[in-house]
Write a protein that binds this ligand. Sequence first.
Ligand code: SF4
Ligand code: SF4
Length: 355
Amino acid sequence: MKKRVEKVAIVKCKNYNEIEVEKAISKALSLAEIEIPKRKKVLIKPNVVGFFDKNQEAITTHPSIIEAICKILKKNKNEIFIGDSSFTNPEIAFKKSGIEEVAKKYGKLIIFEQDKIIKVKDKDAKVLKRFHLPKIIKQADLIINVPKLKTHQLTKYTGAIKNLYGCIPGGMKQKLHMEAGNAKKFSKLLVDIYQNIRPKVNIMDGVVGMEGKGPTSGKPKKAGYILASKNTISLDVACVKLMGYKPKKILAIKEAIKRKLGNLKFDLKGMKKLPNLHFEKPFVQEKLSKKILKMFKQKPIIVDKKKCIKCGLCAKKCPAQAIRLNPYPEIDKKKCIRCFCCMEVCPQHALSLKE
Ligand code: SF4
Ligand code: SF4
């Protein structure tokens, strides 16, 4: 059987100016041949993450991207829901990201852990045969997945597939991190979640991305693009190429292709060839000898006491309960599963791997 080649649109967008963003998104949707529904229930899933300010442009999906999508949807009288969960306090996370304000203007904000929770069973899943999702995921006629172009210290890249991990309500995410334990199993788990959600529209906020120690402690990278595709996997394949990765090196993409949920080929619209933006990569484990890899695994997570405010969030969110405050965080290396959730949630960027 011939493999289906999906369209991926790429459009330049230099900054988060409202008019620029709306123009770029409209153009990307049209190039990717994505039709805007009429009078439907549409759920927009941004990447809200945690207590991060919208002005820290490289961490959360920028509110001007969400606002532009809302304006386009409103023209066709769609009912809009904007939803996500958070490792931290979701109310504060939504407020700080600027997305709460957009939701108030155009529709309804849904904090996933506060929605009715439904059980999902999937006998074809590789890791998650049973899990929970908020009811809105199944109620919505259309899901628009709106990730952010960033590196990730565990999975190397966090994009369209990984953004759907945020559909797992609140604290259940910690439990799943613990269950997965390593990047390979975690990537399989991400594809299990993806195959039960399958958003039909995917729009990447690649205006300002993040390189290095993503998804929250890296450096902002002005990439200057918005990408769109009907297919989540195709969008991720294009985005990682744009960042300078080989797509098969990203375990979730590799797993999705193995399950025939997507393929490496895509039909690029808006440009003849994708540029390579050479994002600075986080530490790449598999290139190292066993000896150096062992050293990496023993590399301690260190606390910058000048930055740490002793809030205890890292300890609260650690799925392995490996952190205790004394009064600064102390990490029990024997318990730690190296999921890096502590670094992800720290509002001060006070945790990092020892150089
Ligand atoms: S390291 Fe970060 S999350 Fe942990 S106590 Fe300090 S400021 Fe809070
Ligand atoms: S200490 Fe950090 S990296 Fe280790 S298990 Fe806890 S949250 Fe994960």
